[in-house]
Design a protein around this ligand. Structure first.
Ligand code: PGA
Ligand code: ZN
Length: 421
């Protein structure tokens, strides 16, 4: 299982932006392919996604330099490398890059090769990727958090909170969870149609009509859950990704749509009042990526009541997750492969998350593709929760559909995670 050839090319993601696709060919003839996703609400501590920044080409968004690094540097350096040693391969690429945030070669270039190699080995072994990465014990279908309403920079900044999602806590199986998601999604659409609000969808497929305030979206979503015939908390709960780094500056959280400027304490008060009024069980990035004091206060006040996920806060980095644990902040970690840039470091991040007693939540990006690797990563690590986006747009559905296939293949060996029981 030696690497024979690596080839990168430019393709497009779900927003129509350029991204990198990598093919890896092994000497056995086995092939693997990956397409790297891309975030919009990226954290400043993420590994660097290398773009050409040439205003005359794809508005600066082309990735030809990253592709050049794959097709010239990595192809030569890794020819003959044992594809089975994923850790050594990833370490070698980190060494060739030589920087902390992968800004020389680009995290997109490195991750593309990292994943395509794992895919090639799994294909060569003729087993699914989740079995290659997780062995025979990989059998836990995750509890999904499914977006119903989009906000923030994924939806024209009509309101600031980025994701209004449901967690179908009453489901017994993954396919049962998807049925609930379907029903609530359609009931959400109906609420907007009945009020003559537009039902266009945002970057991850959730609706984004004009709301008067962030809280209005919560009122509508709770109503949608009830209209679909479900009991809040018992059948269906709410998860929010506040993505607050994007409206935080100079110690102020700024809901500009509501002309409200808040200190961390006041912003936590608002979120606490929401928890008391609506069936919310999970909050992500409630405080900004470097507002550690805010995070400490938040975790102290709400950490026993709800799941507190760090996304921009942790950026899938072992060091930041450790710091979070030592500072007693958050209790869950959003895991995004391209925040850190290799499969091995992602697995290490999931590992440390578990070791400190936090929950991993495997996540897609707002710019996605037909690549389903994250589903396999979730299964392989029995992570138990997944965040993919909404019930619309095929770059989301392809992942849910892959989970449905796996559920069927595993049959009665499959178990379904419910961390909220
Ligand atoms: P992103 O959004 O992919 O644009 O970063 C997803 C998230 O914030 O969870
Ligand atoms: Zn987030």
């Amino acid at each position: 299982m030696k690497i024979e050839h690596i080839h990168g090319r430019q393709v497009f993601d779900s927003r129509g932006n350029p991204t990198i696709e990598v093919n890896v060919l092994l000497d056995s003839g086995a092939k693997g392919r990956s397409i790297v996703p891309s975030g919009a609400s990226t954290g400043i501590h993420e590994a660097l996604e290398l773009r050409d920044n040439d205003p005359n080409k794809f508005l600066g968004k082309s990735v030809y330099r990253a592709i050049d690094h794959v097709n010239n540097i990595l192809r030569k350096e890794l020819r003959g490398f044992n594809a089975f040693s994923q850790r050594k391969l990833d370490e070698r690429m980190i060494e060739i890059d030589g920087t902390d945030n992968k800004c020389n070669l680009g995290a997109n270039a490195i991750l593309g090769v990292s994943i395509a190699t794992a895919q090639a080995v799994a294909n060569g072994l003729n087993i699914p990727l989740y079995n290659y990465l997780g062995g025979e014990g990989a059998n836990v279908l995750p509890m999904p958090m499914i977006q119903m309403i989009g906000g923030g920079i994924h939806a024209g900044n009509v309101i600031e909170v980025q994701d209004f999602m449901i967690i179908p806590v009453g489901a017994r199986t993954f396919s049962g969870a998807m049925e609930i998601a379907f029903n609530v999604y359609n009931s959400t659409r109906k609420i907007f149609q009945n009020r003559n609000l537009i039902t266009a969808v945002s970057d991850e497929g959730g609706f984004w009509p004009q709301f008067r305030s962030n809280e209005t979206a919560l009122t509508f979503l709770t109503e949608a859950i009830e209209n679909a015939g479900y009991i809040p908390f018992k059948d269906v709960s709410i998860a929010l990704d506040i993505a607050s780094s994007h409206f935080y500056a100079d110690d102020v959280y700024n809901f500009s749509s509501e002309k409200k400027q808040m200190t961390a304490e006041q912003f936590i008060d608002v979120q606490e009042s929401w928890i008391n009024k609506y069936p919310i069980i999970s909050l992500e990035d409630s405080c900004a990526e470097d507002d550690w004091e805010g995070w400490i206060q938040l975790s102290d006040r709400l950490g026993d009541k709800v799941q507190l996920i760090g996304d921009d806060l942790f950026t899938t980095s072992v060091d930041r997750i450790k710091k979070g644990f030592e500072s007693k902040v958050a209790n869950a970690v959003l895991i995004k492969m391209n925040q850190i840039g290799t499969l091995t470091e992602t697995l290490d991040a999931i590992d440390i998350t578990r070791k400190v007693g936090y929950r991993p939540v495997i996540s897609a990006r707002s710019g996605e593709t037909e690549d389903t690797t994250l589903v396999h990563l979730c299964l392989a690590t029995n992570s138990g929760q997944i965040k993919i986006g909404s019930m619309a747009r095929s770059e989301r559905l392809i992942k849910y559909n892959e989970l449905l296939r796996i559920e069927e293949i595993l049959g009665n060996k499959a178990s379904f995670a419910n961390p909220f029981k």
